[in-house]
Design a protein. Structure first.
Lengths: 166, 420
């Protein structure tokens, strides 16, 4: 049972949040407006190529640099359903968890998936299926603490629940 | 088994006797920070949480520093949102244009940070405050919103890497060169998710300004936080800015580290990091023929009075190269005022430099000094990513104030030694 199915867009190591959404667009937090400029400085065609449900695949340290939450917001609003990377920079990773963008760390998938492969992702199990290559990969599971935040639907909902219990 | 300073601060803030790397804690936060880029989103999410009031308005700091003085109508609206929110919620530590400056230079100067404290900020360079022996880390806007509502933030306890600097630095070599050299050695992901604990003779001898520069760039190695044990230098600095009490923490002698990086300062020349990553650090001599169009001296990394003094020492009585634009940005209003009082402002303007009001603007290509296609800058800032300071085909070379000032005079990347 897969939650996510889409074509992949492939990037390298150290994709930083400045190239995911350049600072010149940070005078708004409007998701649709941010999405129009997603990846603009490293892949000007991304916005015209991306289809709803597509998956971004990258190497090491994805999302390094600035803490701007506009980065996962832009990626999600561009239609991307998940990011798979060898590793994530920590602020981007927590921003993704907090805002509900699935971020899967899987070195094997990052090394094997090619651009424009079709992949399916089962979020509960972390299983990634490469339908083009006929291979499957297993992403690192979220620690239980983070699963609670994901299960609540993100940090806003999680915090609302915590406050209600007080 | 003992614990690191980072572990001890996180334990003290989560009601635990001890914590271990990998453990998740809900930490009580002493101070939380947002700016005009990240706070508007945090305010929206704070409303979505529905908490109504801040858990503690005295622990919230909001700074208008990124696209300020307001670069356009959208930026003005973002600042107004922060201003209105501060009034509504009684946030006394709201720093507007002319009253504050660049957040990470401002907060220590205002006495808002002390050893042993736990600080989060919706800005990646929040790690700067580790220089004062605090645990400080960058988070996102939703994290800030949740912390504003509850006073607590979820954190995973990081492993620590000990970076020990042996010996004393060469002439002109400062905190910026030490940290660029270190990032060059370990890489931009070399400390991913970990704490970088800086120690050794060179750190003990380093002033607070240089320590702040080093911890500021811990994030450029992927670190969660940079940290330096509080000592007499820290105590003296804190006493100069605030009279309040605090509880310092120190690493135990038998604390466990992921590993230790040993660095001999005799190996460290003046550094320049070539685009597009801060890890591309090399001795300045290796880039000598690189022609430049602009020099920026400022930012949360190198915009303190000590940095401006160093730049002025190089620039005094000289003229900026005709093909170069020099922009000097004092990090805060206090730095700006001091630069005027000491005659540094005169040195910069006489040299042909543009002296700006405090702003983060040029560092992230937001405004005030944006680069055109193909232009190349030397900047005392912290990132040289693709398009960081403007057009995606412009380039940023990172350096300390001495190299930046010398390069402005030479018209190419160079060191003060070339100016005889």
């Amino acid at each position: 049972m897969s939650d996510i199915r889409g074509r992949t867009h492939l990037y390298g190591d150290n994709v930083n949040t400045d190239v995911i959404i350049p600072a010149r667009y940070l005078t708004t937090s409007d998701a649709a407006e941010l999405a129009r400029h997603c990846m603009e400085d490293i892949d000007p065609e991304f916005v015209s190529k991306v289809e709803p449900g597509d998956v971004v695949v990258a190497g090491e340290n994805f999302g390094c640099g600035s803490s701007r939450e506009h980065a996962p917001i832009a990626i999600r609003a561009a239609g991307v359903s998940a990011v798979i990377a060898k590793t994530f920079a920590r602020i981007f990773f927590r921003n993704a968890i907090n805002t509900g963008l699935p971020a899967l760390a899987c070195a094997e998938a990052a090394a094997s998936i090619k651009g424009d492969d079709e992949v399916a992702v089962d979020l509960a199990s972390g299983r990634i299926e490469n339908l083009t290559q006929g291979r499957t990969y297993q992403a690192e599971p979220f620690p239980p603490f983070l699963q609670e935040i994901v299960a609540a639907g993100g940090l806003v909902a999680y915090t609302r629940k915590r406050l209600a219990r007080r | 088994m003992g614990h690191t300073i980072t572990e001890k601060i996180l334990a003290a803030h989560s009601g635990e006797a001890e914590v271990h790397p990998g453990q998740f804690v809900m930490a009580r936060v002493d101070l939380m920070l947002g700016n005009d880029v990240t706070a508007p989103l945090a305010i929206e999410e704070f409303r979505n949480i529905g908490a109504g009031r801040l858990a503690d308005a005295a622990r919230v700091v909001l700074v208008a520093d990124h696209a300020t003085p307001n670069k356009d109508i959208e930026a003005a609206e973002q600042c107004r949102m922060m201003r209105d929110f501060s009034r509504e919620q009684g946030v006394e530590h709201f720093f507007d244009v002319g009253r504050g400056g660049i957040e990470h230079a401002l907060l220590p100067e205002e006495g808002l940070v002390a050893p042993g404290e736990c600080i989060i900020g919706a800005d990646s360079h929040t790690c700067t405050y580790g220089a004062l022996g605090a645990f400080a880390t960058g988070v996102g806007s939703t994290d800030l919103a949740a912390t504003m509502a509850t006073g607590e933030c979820w954190l995973r306890v990081p492993e620590s890497i000990r970076v020990a600097y042996r010996g004393g630095p060469k002439p002109w070599v400062g905190g910026k060169d030490l940290i660029l050299y270190t990032i060059g050695k370990i890489g931009v992901a070399g400390a991913r998710y970990q704490a970088l604990e800086f120690c050794g003779e060179a750190i003990e001898a380093l002033g607070m300004s240089g320590r702040l520069t080093m911890c500021n760039m811990a994030i450029e190695a992927g670190a969660k936080n940079g940290i330096i044990a509080p000592d007499a230098t820290t105590e003296e600095y804190i006493r100069s800015v605030t009279g309040r009490s605090y509880t310092p923490q120190l690493s135990d002698p038998d604390a466990a580290y992921a590993h230790t990086v040993e660095i001999d300062c005799a190996d460290i020349e003046l550094q320049v990091a070539a685009p597009p990553l801060p890890e591309n650090a090399r001795p300045v001599q290796q880039m000598n023929d690189t022609a430049i169009d602009q020099v920026v001296i400022g930012s949360c990394t190198n915009g303190r009075i000590e940095d401006l003094r160093e730049a002025a020492q190089v620039l005094k009585g000289r003229r900026v190269h005709p093909d170069v634009r020099l922009i000097v940005v004092p990090a805060t209003r206090r730095v700006h005022l001091q630069a005027i009082k000491e005659g540094l402002a005169e040195v910069f303007v006489e040299a042909g430099g543009a002296l700006s009001t405090p702003t983060c603007g040029p560092c992230l290509g937001m405004h005030m000094g944006v680069l055109a296609k193909g232009e190349r800058a030397v900047a005392t800032t912290n990132r040289n990513f693709v398009g960081r300071m403007g057009h995606p085909e412009s380039e940023v070379y990172l350096a300390g104030p001495a190299v930046a000032a010398a390069s402005a005079l030479l018209g190419h990347i160079g060191s003060p030694e070339e100016l005889r």
